[in-house]
Design a protein around this ligand. Structure first.
Ligand SMILES: *Cc1c(COP(=O)(O)O)cnc(C)c1O
Length: 389
């Protein structure tokens, strides 16, 4: 006798146990509304951890993807394809960066950034100048090297030995980095302008500008990890733009592909020619379907959309402040300090039809950039009631 299909049971039997999922099976959605197997609707305030930049099944994105799907879905990097060249050109025009390497995830974008920095520093400053400095409480990915870069010990414990050559220092202390450079040589400093997984914590403006000045003066590269903060999330195209600095390398992923896997490492003037054929590569990197979708996303993250993201972020911050709930972040990347346990708050929000995230001890909100104001307000009321109750 055939037993009835049950996704929960099959998942727990056959999927590696790396995720603690909520008991919700999402089957469809539109924009910022998703629907589960039982037909219950939720307002999506997490957008797949900041991935579905224009919501679920966005029409323009889907049309761009579908059109490319019917032309050619993949070609190796042995040949040219138009969408990835167009996307690289658009990224460079809008950031002032000079060249782009495409990959498939945030961790891979950071791997490329680190490889670029090591190769550049070895050539420019000597073979023993390989240390990459990151900040305590940072998050840079799950591969062994990006774990080593991640400044949170609890991610490391099970997987030692990690890639050597990484040191994490407290945010705010440029002197610690200068001392390291004096003693062992620092190839690069890698930062998130707003630490996402670390609790939605923005760096101080003075620190970021001081760090840029110090690294510039010493010939240390500055890498900005824009995997979570990038692609319009904070109300600028990339979060470093709020700080008036120019990084040497920018990594991004999450929202860039609008829901398909796509990462990018953007190389600035200093490092634009660091890679020669064979130095680095990716089978799927620059996939034309992912890039066609990303072109549709990026071309719509314009001045008008960015100002709407800033306004919606300001609305949320005001709304929560009026209820005595402290928030952090920028634009539509927000952390909420709640009295009750953040994970419990997220569970209650699910019961009441809102999907949120956590980041450390905070409730984290990363809604679609184009979430309608009315939907945002409905979600905000529910989240507030859950947090205050
Ligand atoms: C999510 C994230 C990553 C890792 O991205 P993956 O696509 O999961 O590999 C790296 N850095 C930051 C800042 C992130 O938020």
């Amino acid at each position: 006798m055939q037993t009835q299909w049950n996704t929960f049971e099959a998942d727990s039997e056959y999927i590696a146990g790396t995720y603690k999922r909520f008991p919700v099976e999402i089957v469809s959605g539109k924009g910022s509304i998703v629907r589960d197997r039982n037909g219950k609707e939720y307002i999506d305030m997490g957008s797949g951890i900041g991935v579905t930049a224009f919501g679920i099944s966005d029409e323009k994105w889907a049309a761009a993807v579908e059109e490319q799907l019917h032309r050619v879905q993949h070609m190796s990097n042995l040949y040219y394809t138009e969408p990835c060249a167009r996307l690289a050109a658009m990224l460079c025009e809008r950031t002032g960066m000079k060249k782009v390497f495409f990959c498939n995830s945030g961790a891979e974008a950071n791997e490329c950034a680190i490889k670029a920095a090591r190769k550049w520093a070895a050539e420019a400053r000597g073979a023993d100048c390989f240390t990459v400095v990151t900040l305590q409480n940072s998050f840079h990915g799950r591969t062994l090297t990006t774990l080593a870069a991640t400044g949170q010990d609890h991610y490391h414990e099970l997987y030692r030995p990690l890639t050597p050559g990484f040191v994490s220092v407290p945010a705010g202390d440029t002197e610690a980095i200068a001392r390291l450079d004096d003693t062992q040589g620092v190839a690069a400093v890698m930062i998130e302008c707003i630490q996402g997984e670390g609790g939605v914590i923005p760096l101080q403006r003075e620190y970021v500008t001081q760090l840029r000045r110090m690294t510039e003066a010493r010939g240390i590269l500055l890498i900005v990890d824009e995997v979570q903060t990038g692609n319009g999330r904070t109300g600028e195209l990339y979060s470093y733009m709020h700080f008036g600095i120019e990084p040497d390398i920018v990594s991004t992923a999450k929202g860039l592909g609008g829901g398909l896997p796509l990462g990018a490492a953007m190389l600035g003037e200093k490092v634009k020619d660091v890679f020669a054929p064979g130095d680095h590569g990716s089978t799927f990197g620059g996939n034309p379907v992912c890039c066609a979708g990303a072109l549709s996303i990026l071309s719509r993250i314009d001045a008008k959309l960015l100002s709407e993201v800033r306004e919606k972020g300001a609305f949320l911050a005001r709304f929560f402040a009026e209820s005595g709930i402290e928030s952090s972040g920028m634009g539509l990347m927000m952390g909420l300090k709640t009295k009750k346990n953040a994970a419990d708050a997220v569970k209650e929000c699910i019961d009441r039809g809102v999907l949120c995230l956590t980041a450390k001890d905070r409730v984290r909100l990363l809604p679609a950039l184009n979430i309608p104001q009315e939907t945002l307000e409905r979600a905000a009321v529910i989240i507030r009631d859950v947090c205050l109750k």
